[in-house]
Design a binder for this molecule. Structure first.
Ligand code: PAF
Length: 259
């Protein structure tokens, strides 16, 4: 039976009674198959599963993106029940920011790259909320999607820097029928943009240089924030209208390919 909790005090009281073996999936809601795969893995590997749903205002560098972010709490709770999640924590915004965001956690190296170059303040907002959630969840394991690889790497770094005893498990990216990573933002694409979005994975995964991929994406009508290789991975962020899509893959070094 899934229990939905809004009050942080109630959650903290309850947490004291629960097993140490808790698997945690933090989300901003609008659950999609990618989230469901994280919940399934958390359920397989832990005695208790916690899902948090909180659209975190401080990680949106674009006010329009925050306003239009899909909020589907009732449908998310139904999916959580079907996925047999034990607890859904869905706190109100003020509850998580009693300090009015006066206290912030920032990282000054990897967060300055890739997404950090296009989304000022995003990673500070993200790391700050994740630290709060980690301290509330006191989870044994935290499950994150590889689609947001930079986010996942920064969160792993956060747990190490602050001696947080939670293992960060990074799970494979789940993709739709034409290879686009599932994302809550996909729901905001118009039918025409959704069709056009097919070209993003097709080009991103092609055996072409980053420059060539970028050129072709621009020709096909995408606004390209970056297509870049960093530390053995290729990363890209593009926009269709004001909907931002991101992806990343491991780049196999030349000479290592087996076929
Ligand atoms: O990936 C997300 O949905 C968010 O960035 C997270 C990790 C839940 C923090 O708000």
């Amino acid at each position: 039976m899934t229990q939905v909790i809004q009050s942080l005090a109630e959650w903290q009281e309850l947490r004291r009674t629960l097993s140490k073996d808790l698997g945690f999936v933090p989300t901003m809601g609008n659950l999609h198959p990618g989230h469901l795969s994280l919940l399934q893995r958390a359920r397989q590997e832990n005695a208790v599963t916690l899902l948090s749903i909180f659209v975190n205002p401080t990680q949106f560098n674009n006010a329009n993106d925050y306003v239009h972010y899909p909020r589907t709490l009732e449908a998310d709770i139904t999916l959580a029940r079907e996925a047999k999640v034990d607890y859904v924590l869905a706190p109100a915004s003020q509850a998580l920011y009693p300090d009015d965001y006066a206290y912030q956690v920032s990282e000054i190296e990897f967060s300055e790259q890739l997404e950090g170059t296009c989304r000022p303040g995003h990673f500070t907002g993200m790391l700050t909320i994740v630290l709060k959630l980690l301290l509330l969840a006191r989870a044994q394991r935290l499950y994150l999607g590889e689609k947001d690889f930079q986010q996942a790497a920064l969160i792993r770094g956060l747990t190490q820097a602050f001696f947080i005893n939670t293992e960060v498990v990074i799970c494979p990216t789940l993709r739709n029928e034409f290879g686009l990573p599932y994302s809550s933002r996909n729901a905001r694409l118009t039918p025409e943009q959704y069709e056009q979005a097919r070209l993003f994975p097709a080009l991103f995964h092609a055996d072409l240089s980053c420059e060539e991929i970028k050129k072709q994406l621009v020709e096909k009508g995408f606004a390209v924030d970056y297509v870049e290789e960093y530390d053995g991975r290729r990363f890209a962020a593009v926009k269709l209208g004001d909907v931002r899509l991101i992806d990343n893959i491991v780049v196999v070094p030349i000479g290592v390919q087996t076929s």
